[in-house]
Design a protein around this ligand. Structure first.
Ligand code: THG
Length: 602
């Protein structure tokens, strides 16, 4: 209708209604449709609601019934089945029959009743099951609030109304943002595959790391063949195949002593991750950082534009890398970025979500060009105390601490491969992110791998990566902080220079008052205890916040947990709830690992 593409799949879903139930007579006045809450039978993919003295039954237990959106009739052509609605399709009784026993088991009164009428109602499934909200950038003033379900309804209405009126919702809705899908996640085939699977899984309890099972593999880095040879255990994110650990490292895990895990937290996990973390601290490891989003910002107006859009001071000579924040007008953290100034008017940005590019494009003047270069390029993180020994012989440039300082960038060569090297590390060890074009990626990997043999180089995965970054206290945007939080609360105030001149969000920060909650580091007291993320946290026995990220800290020998809590003092005892148990934890001082940065600045 408007030329705005919305990635969603219509699927029919059955809704049936019984006749009048003698057992339900008089429960509701004749004029009252429903007085009791909707009931969910999660294990059997069913829900129930009242229609005065009848019961309505909704089912996701039947096979997926996708609908070609181009066959949905116009309103006037829609048959009356039973109501005139283009989204109402004829009832297919055979899809409902198998659930009848389950209905009667839950509500015995239903056993003697019958389905009097029903329809297959068409509604929308997105590839990840969340709604699609926001203003189309290609058609300003055109707002979307699609694939909105009963469970989202009032919240979505509030968020979108605030967004339209105030420019921003008061709650973080980045998981619903219409810009969130990658190009590879917008094809009709992907939308159909994933939408269908969302229908199948809609009432399922999913493990936080459970990957999609198809279409896979979709996006792979140039190192994919090597990762397979090393026995990578792949999980999926943003369409990317991402190694979580490598079975080739199993021998290193033989002498690693770790407490046993419960079955749930042991899923998609291996003690090999501990060995990979250890090797990163003791030797050197290669991390595939290809999925890290990269934007290139160029043009005569690039510096002035990025100065206006972000919180830190970027007016440094080419070669500087700066950690900085994208704030909104209220001072909320839209993203955290690394900005490498590669030339006077050329910047490479390490970003988070697709919304970062969208936000920058919405604000960019004509003399600035912004391009997502992620897909055409790749990145290897070479990290560990032996990283310099590995890399230096491969280049004629000076990679010493004096010649190539911390948070510096340079164009160089590693063997035959031209690279952009950034000296920084999300895992808290000495080393570099090495970027090159996708065609040269495999050559880069092989060059580093071969040269690394004498140093005991390993490939390491995201499981170790996440553990190391939490021990180091590096925040992950979208998990640990969002636009609901400001820099003071999130503990990233060092990335804000209020004295650098005006920038988006500055006025709000000047007025930001007392900090009522803080992103807080916790250590679980019991070395064998593990939580996974999003669990509630209790202070003095009352719920006070929730877990944003968690991972076993293999160096510390405790599970590291970050949580939003009212500002507590270090040493405060709290509890994290895990499967109904209150797990004791203690507020810790940050950073938990290498506070004097001696491992990374050398
Ligand atoms: N690499 C690159 N870009 C990125 C990330 C990355 N952009 C997105 C995300 N990750 C940004 N997050 C961080 C978090 C911490 C650091 C870097 C990126 C970091 N911080 C140091 C510290 O806090 O001590 C240094 C900060 C400073 O000196 O200003 O290294 O992984 N390319």
């Amino acid at each position: 209708m408007a030329g705005v593409h919305v990635p969603l799949l219509p699927l029919a879903h059955q809704y049936a209604r019984t006749g009048p139930l003698p057992e339900h007579a008089g429960v509701n006045d004749p004029g009252t449709e429903a007085s009791r809450p909707i009931l969910r039978f999660q294990d059997r993919d069913l829900y129930f609601r009242e229609h005065t003295d009848r019961i309505g039954i909704g089912s996701y237990a039947h096979k997926p019934l996708p609908v070609d959106p181009f066959t949905v009739p116009a309103y006037d052509d829609a048959p009356a089945t039973p109501m005139r609605m283009p989204s109402s399709y004829p009832f297919t009784r055979e899809d409902c029959d198998p659930s009848w026993e389950d209905c009667a088991w839950l509500m015995p009164a239903l056993a003697d009743s019958e389905v009097e009428e029903g329809f297959n109602g068409v509604f929308s499934f997105t590839p990840d099951g969340m709604p699609v909200l926001g203003e189309a950038r290609s058609l300003r003033g055109f707002w979307l609030a699609e694939a909105v379900w009963v469970t989202h309804s009032a919240g979505v209405a509030k968020a979108v109304a605030e967004w339209m009126v105030d420019g921003r919702p008061s709650t973080d809705v980045h998981e619903c943002d219409l810009t969130r899908f990658e190009d590879a996640q917008r094809s009709p085939a992907y939308v159909a595959d994933r939408g269908t699977q969302q229908f199948v899984e809609v009432y399922d309890v999913l493990h936080p790391l459970q990957p999609m099972d198809r279409p896979r593999p979709l996006r792979v880095s140039p190192f994919y063949a090597r990762q397979q040879e090393l026995g990578a255990y792949f999980l999926e994110g943003g369409g990317w195949e991402r190694p979580h650990w490598y079975e080739a490292n199993a021998p290193l895990a033989e002498d690693v002593e770790l407490p046993a895990r419960d079955a749930w937290s042991a899923r998609h996990w291996s003690p090999i991750a501990a060995a990979e973390a250890k090797a990163t601290h003791e030797k050197v490891a290669l991390y595939d950082m290809t999925p890290l989003r990269r934007l290139e910002v160029t043009g005569p107006g690039a510096l002035a534009f990025l100065q206006r859009m972000t919180s830190n001071n970027l007016a440094n000579k080419p070669g500087a890398v700066t950690y900085t924040l994208l704030l909104d007008e209220r001072g909320g953290i839209r993203s955290d970025l690394t900005v490498a100034r590669l030339a006077a008017d050329r910047f490479q940005i390490g970003a988070n979500s697709r919304a970062d590019e969208d936000w920058l494009l919405r604000h960019a003047p004509d003399d600035v060009r912004i391009r997502d270069i992620t897909s055409g390029t790749c990145c290897i993180g070479v990290w560990g105390p032996l990283a310099r020994e590995l890399v230096q012989p491969l280049t004629r440039d000076d990679f010493s601490h004096q010649g190539f300082g911390y948070f510096r960038a340079r164009q160089s060569h590693i063997g035959h491969v031209p690279v952009t090297a950034l000296r920084l590390s999300y895992v808290g060890e000495l080393g570099w992110e090495l970027y090159t074009s996708a065609d040269l990626g495999l050559r880069l990997w092989d060059t580093l791998w071969e040269a690394g043999q004498e140093h005991g180089v390993i490939a390491a995965g995201r499981s170790a990566f996440n553990s190391l970054r939490l021990e180091k206290g590096y925040r992950a945007w979208g998990h640990d902080m969002t636009d609901e939080h400001n820099q003071y609360e999130a503990g990233v105030g060092f990335a804000v220079r209020l004295d650098k001149g005006d920038f988006v969000g500055r006025k709000a920060l000047e007025k930001a008052g007392e900090v009522r909650r803080r992103l807080t580091a916790l250590l679980l007291d019991d070395p064998a205890a593990v939580v996974l993320g999003k669990e509630p946290v209790y202070v003095d026995g009352a719920p006070a916040g929730y877990v944003t990220s968690a991972s076993y800290g293999y160096t510390l020998g405790r599970c590291v947990v970050y949580a939003w809590l009212p500002p507590p003092a270090a040493g405060t005892a709290v509890h994290v709830e895990y499967f109904g148990e209150k797990v004791p934890a203690t507020v810790a001082d940050e950073p938990l690992f290498d506070p004097d940065m001696s491992r990374i600045r050398r």
